[in-house]
Write a protein that binds this ligand. Structure first.
Ligand SMILES: *[C@@H]1O[C@H](CO)[C@@H](O)[C@H](O)[C@H]1NC(C)=O
Ligand SMILES: *[C@@H]1O[C@H](CO)[C@@H](O)[C@H](O)[C@H]1NC(C)=O
Length: 186
């Protein structure tokens, strides 16, 4: 009877370690495959800056520090609600709107920090995902983190690669967004 108890403890410990082993195997098998995004699509975002004459057409507005500090607009903050389209045409039916803000944060070059949510509300897609990261605008491509979502994009994470398609002075710019989601639950 006396050495029956350690045997039981041994059995309990063994099954516990087996359980941990199975659990860690399950965890490692759901590891994200960075070579294979679960969703991959390209969208285009259009920004029409408010210039006092274009209230009906403008999609963004400088709210703080319109002149900025120095040559590179340091300190300027812009709020936007920009149409997002499948192709490059500003007049195409938007599939989503990008709602958020960016500010210029470097004195020696153009550099911004962006936080925005892509809001989808169509028959194809309902939901949101949020992009938040530094945007080194002078680089040909910039990777920004996609940090979460709701609806069709619930709990998603991924990377959005910005590249500047077109800049028309202070009035208009268009960015290409190459979106790769690595976690999809929908
Ligand atoms: C989504 O679209 C529907 C139909 O056009 C509209 O009734 C609803 O208010 C919209 N929801 C949001 C959050 O914009
Ligand atoms: C709105 O802005 C876009 C981009 O600058 C331009 O192509 C379009 O002609 C403007 N529309 C109006 C009505 O001003």
């Amino acid at each position: 009877m006396a050495h029956q108890i350690p045997k039981q403890i041994f059995k309990t410990l063994l099954s516990f370690f087996l359980f941990v082993l199975v659990l860690s195997d399950t965890v490692s098998s759901t590891r994200i495959n960075l070579k294979k995004p679960c969703k991959h699509f390209v969208l285009h975002i259009h920004n029409v800056a408010y210039d006092a004459d274009n209230a009906a057409n403008a999609t963004s507005s400088t709210v703080v520090n319109p002149l900025g500090l120095g040559t590179f607009d340091f300190g300027k903050i812009v709020i936007f609600n920009n149409p997002v389209t499948m192709d490059e045409n500003f007049l195409s039916e938007p599939v989503a709107h990008a709602q958020g803000f960016f500010f210029y944060n470097q004195k020696t070059t153009y550099n911004t920090w962006v936080a925005c949510t892509l809001v989808f509300n169509s028959t194809q897609h309902k939901g949101t995902f949020t992009i938040m990261d530094a945007n080194a605008m002078t680089q040909p491509t910039r990777d920004l983190a996609i940090i979460g979502g709701t609806g069709d994009f619930i709990m998603t994470r991924g990377v959005c690669t910005f590249s500047t398609d077109l800049i028309q002075g202070q009035k208009y710019f268009r960015l290409k967004m190459d979106i790769k989601l690595y976690e999809c639950y929908n």
